[in-house]
Design a protein around this ligand. Sequence first.
Ligand SMILES: [Zn+2]
Length: 244
Amino acid sequence: MMWLTGTNPISLLSQFTGGGQTTQVDTNYQATAEEEQLAEFTSVVLADTEDVWNSLMDGYREPGLVLFTGGVESACGNASSATGPFYCPGDEKVYIDLSFFQDMGRKLGAHGDFAQAYVIAHEVGHHVQRLDGTLDRVQSKRGKLPEAEFNRLMVMLELQADFYAGVWAHHTQKINNSLEPGDLDEALNAASSVGDDRLQKQATGRIVPDSFTHGTSEQRSRWFKLGFDTGDVTLGDTFNARRL
Ligand SMILES: [Zn+2]
């Protein structure tokens, strides 16, 4: 991971210049104090996920981190701030859009640093799925299943990443005792504020369950909580769960 080598995370902030095939890292980019704080925080949380996942998973290798504002290019294509944070299996990097963190509080009502930690841990959850083959297994079904069925697999994938975020929170609490009162609620609130039903209703005023690809608010916070309460990775098999 880059910041461990002494690179200032803020120097990784890139701005999409449009049209070009290479990512421009704009070293003249003037980060705001808030962005610098978010970048620092992101690095600390990512390092913490590495400690936890190294202890839980044989052969764990760390994901890369790209912080950006505006837009960015990845092995998975171009992304803008509208995409939000994401994980790209092609280059095994976690892409964190710092403006999304600012929006989380302002637009989604998900406040607090632990809400941001949950988002990072969720993306790292996708990296875990990449390493154990789950991500490839689901992706290989794309276009081969009816859309509603594939969407259901995507929901299982997303809820498992929420579960893994909870597993991380469980272990970081055990190791560092770092959770403050209210932190768990911040994460649960964040998980539920990015539920498909909530986002869809906000965007369109109605809810279409078949098109869900992330799970409902209730499902997202419930799977996170199961991970947090147990810390047991074996309990996160959303693909064979009796109740999703
Ligand atoms: Zn996800």
